[in-house]
Design a binder for this molecule. Structure first.
Ligand SMILES: Nc1ncnc2c1ncn2[C@@H]1O[C@H](COP(=O)(O)OP(=O)(O)OP(=O)(O)O)[C@@H](O)[C@H]1O
Ligand SMILES: [Mg+2]
Length: 226
């Protein structure tokens, strides 16, 4: 039976893919079969065989986990808008059953699946005759989450709001990963402290710009997969 972990963030572009790639790389280096999954990705370029899921391609390159791109993301959209709007513009709306089936298929091959969210925690995945929010997918797959947040100015607000929303909606969270962290910044060190104080959740790792390896050991990350 495979185990999974969900990577959400305080918003789009905070570094979910960057962190996920390093996490999968770490697990692979620790000798674990680690796979990547994302339900829907927007803003992608056309390749010879159709749209190429940019996030998946990045994770594959950095982690070298050998996974096929096709198994990484079931829904790939061209335009850089939320999946619910991309589907209105391009067709092919997300079906929860197809997302779950793709995840199940992956679990036969990978012992540890890291699933990346689209956008932040409040993200409409589908909004037509059927309604699907990102959190419905997290619940369906019963995954615990880590929250990626920017370390800089404004991060106390966005990190606390995300954690509070998840708590209120009974989505389990292990803690935070702070990205774009500068250890010599008094403000960023204080942000880390204040986020932990206000949420009661730990900051598990802080990641500097250009960092190529996670410092926390694979054995520690492994315990967060359920
Ligand atoms: N620590 C870092 N050092 C250097 N570049 C980074 C770092 N974190 C993120 N980036 C860069 O910032 C950009 C946005 O990061 P990323 O794609 O991981 O965000 P995301 O949260 O996955 O976005 P999306 O919501 O589109 O999936 C990318 O170009 C990425 O390479
Ligand atoms: Mg991403």
């Amino acid at each position: 039976m495979s185990k999974g972990l969900f990577i959400t963030g305080t918003g789009t572009d905070v570094g979910k893919t960057y962190v996920t790639a390093l996490l999968i790389k770490k697990l692979c280096e620790g000798g674990l079969r680690a796979g990547y999954y994302k339900a829907a990705v927007s803003g992608n370029e056309e390749g010879p065989g159709g749209l190429i899921p940019g996030d998946g391609e990045y994770v594959r390159e950095i982690s070298q986990n050998g996974q096929t791109l096709a198994s990484m993301v079931p829904y790939v959209y061209r335009q850089s808008v939320s999946p619910h709007l991309a589907a209105k513009l391009e067709g092919n709306p997300v079906e929860l059953e197809k997302v779950a089936a793709g995840y199940r298929r992956l679990s036969r091959e990978y012992a540890f699946i890291t699933m990346e969210g689209s956008g932040g925690i409040v993200c409409p995945i589908r909004y037509d005759k059927k309604v699907l929010w990102l959190e419905d997918i997290i619940r369906q797959l019963k995954l615990p989450s880590l929250i990626v947040a920017d370390a800089g100015l404004g991060s106390i607000n966005s990190a606390v709001l995300t954690a509070e929303y998840m708590k209120q909606n009974k989505l389990p969270v292990w803690g935070f990963i702070l990205n774009h962290y500068h250890d010599d910044s008094i403000m960023e060190r204080d942000n880390r402290y204040m986020i932990e104080q206000r949420t009661g959740l730990p900051v598990i790792e802080c990641i500097a710009d250009g960092q190529r390896e996670l410092e926390t050991e694979a054995e520690v990350w492994k315990e967060m997969y359920i």
